[in-house]
Design a binder for this molecule. Sequence first.
Ligand code: IPD
Ligand code: CA
Ligand code: CA
Length: 305
Amino acid sequence: MGDRLMTARWGVKHLGRFVADIHRICLFALTKGGFVTDDISVLLEVALEAAEAARRELQARVGGPTLVDVKGSQLDFVTDADTASQSAILEVVHRRRGRDQVVAEEQGGGSAGDSGYVWAIDPLDGTTNFVRGYPDWSASIGVLREGRPVVGVVVDVLHGRTYAAALDRGARCDGTPMRVSPGRSFQATILETGFSYLLERRLEQWERIRGLMEAGVSIRSGGSAALSLARVAGGVTDAYLETDLSLYDWVAGAVLVTEAGGEWSTATGTTGSEGILAGSPRAHDTIRALLAEPTDPVQVPGSGG
Ligand code: IPD
Ligand code: CA
Ligand code: CA
C-alpha cells in the first residue's frame, strides 16, 4: 500500500513537471516562434524598419536629387529620391509582409495581397519642397486593416524626427507621447491645408478655404500632407483639411491624429477623390459642420474656450 502511494505521488509530481514544461514550451513557441503574434506590434515594427530604410535613401540625396520625370504639372516631380526611397520601403515590406497588399505612389509600386492588410506608402511626401530646398517633406508609411487605418509612421528626415502610432497604443514623436491641441475658439484655430497640382482643383480648394478664413480661422500650408497631419497630432496646429488626396498621402497621418486624441473624416473634392479633415475633436467638429453648410458667407461660430 505504502509503495503504491509512493508511486502515485511520484507520478503526480512528474506529471505536474511534464505539464509545466509543455506549457513553457508552448508559451515560448507562441511568443517567440511566430505561431501567434500581435499583428499590430509586428506591423509597427515593420513600418519603422521601412521608414529607417527610406530615411537613409532620402538623407543621401538632400540637396542633390536627380529629376527623373515630371507628371501632370510643372511642379509635380519624380526624382531619384522618390524612387530610391520607394524601393527601400518595398524591399522591407515585401520581405516581411509578403501577403499584404501595397498601394505606393511611384510607378510599379502597387501589388496585390490576400491578408486583409493594405500598405499605403508615399516614399517622399513633398517632392516639390525637397527639390526646391523648402524644409517640409517626409516619407509616409501607413497600414489599413480591413479598410481601417491602424499603423502610421512619418519620418521627417531633415529635422531628425520619427512620428509613429498604432491602434490603441498612442502616438509618439521619437518616443515622446503626442497630444492634439486643447479645444480652442475658432478664432484661435490654426488650420493647415494643401493644394492640388492641377489649377482647376486648386481653385475649388481655395474657395472652400476662403469660406473658413472668412469665419476667422488662421491658415498655414506646408506642402507635405503627412507632416501637416503630424503637426495636428502634436498640437502644433489644430486641424488639417485637404480634398483630392490619395490614400498614401493621409493614412499614416490619420493614425497619428486619432492616437493623439483627435478625430478625422474624409473630405471629398469635386472630383470625388478622397481627402481628409483631421483635427482636435473641437476643431474637427466645428470645421466639419461649416463644410456641411453650403452657406455663403460661412457663419462665424461663437467664440469661447
Ligand atoms: C503632395 C503633398 C502636398 C499636398 C499635395 C500632395 P507629393 O504630395 O502632400 O502637401 O498638398 O496634394 O500631392 O506629390 O509631394 O507626394
Ligand atoms: Ca504625397
Ligand atoms: Ca510623393
